[in-house]
Design a protein around this ligand. Structure first.
Ligand SMILES: [Zn+2]
Ligand SMILES: [Zn+2]
Length: 238
């Protein structure tokens, strides 16, 4: 089982001819984030309890939430705001199907990892992307969570393994309210075919964390399969 990074070279070439790219920050033509803006992008980091969303050092679950949160902690590069550079990059990646937006974030992810070495709090974790339903991935051409996972794993020198599957078709979380989101993803995930046990320590990767229902559900599956420590990482948190 392998994850292909991005789209084919011919696809990239065609996309660039048809839709010239402009830097989302300064407007320079050529790429989604020019090299100058890419180097200057320094992620502030956003750390809060995965369940009650109160700010917490290292994003650890607070004492009150610890027993109800399958995720032990969660961290993001930044808080999600519609109109800042993080929001624009994520929307570009998600809705305009441009996998380049995540690749543009590589240096920011690496900088974040250097500043926050807590990912190794529990042995040598395995990085697992939150899976998309196979039909949705086929429609989009890539899974943005896999791109985040690859970038994070490269920065940390860790392994990416697509150990989770999403056999159930669910409605898009973005279109649902808070309570509905939890019901919508309940039972949606399982271990991937041929996988019988979860690694001891896991970093789950995705693009955005909003209510956290999706990642919590993934963490529940992993813990039921033997994981002892599961943390979440996303580009932004809403
Ligand atoms: Zn620029
Ligand atoms: Zn809490």
């Amino acid at each position: 089982m392998t994850i292909r990074r991005g789209i084919s070279q011919a696809g990239v070439w065609l996309a660039e001819v048809l839709f010239p790219l402009f830097c989302l920050k300064c407007g320079a033509e050529g790429s989604i984030l020019c090299s100058v803006c890419r180097a200057a992008l320094s992620p502030p980091g956003f750390f809060a309890c995965p369940l009650c969303h109160r700010p917490r050092a290292g994003g650890r679950a607070c004492r009150r939430c610890r027993s109800d949160s399958a995720l032990d902690s969660h961290s993001a590069l930044a808080a999600y705001r519609e109109d800042d550079i993080w929001g624009r990059l994520i929307r570009t990646c998600k809705y305009q199907y441009v996998s380049q937006a995540v690749l543009a974030l590589d240096p920011a992810i690496a900088a974040f990892c250097r500043a926050n070495p807590f990912f190794f709090g529990f042995g040598q974790p395995v990085v697992i992307p939150v899976p998309l339903h196979p039909c949705r991935e086929a429609e989009r051409g890539f899974n943005q969570a896999s791109l985040v996972a690859l970038s994070l794993a490269a920065a940390l020198g860790l392994r990416v393994a697509p150990l989770l599957a999403r056999p159930a078709w669910t409605r898009q979380q973005a279109k649902l309210g808070r309570g509905e989101r939890e019901r919508n993803v309940r039972g949606a995930f399982s271990l991937a075919r041929g996988v019988s046990e979860a690694p001891r320590a896991v970093i789950l990767a995705d693009d955005v964390y909003t209510t956290g229902s999706t990642m919590q559900e993934c963490a529940r599956v992993l813990k039921a399969a033997g994981a002892g420590w599961v943390t979440g990482f996303t580009l932004a948190r809403g």
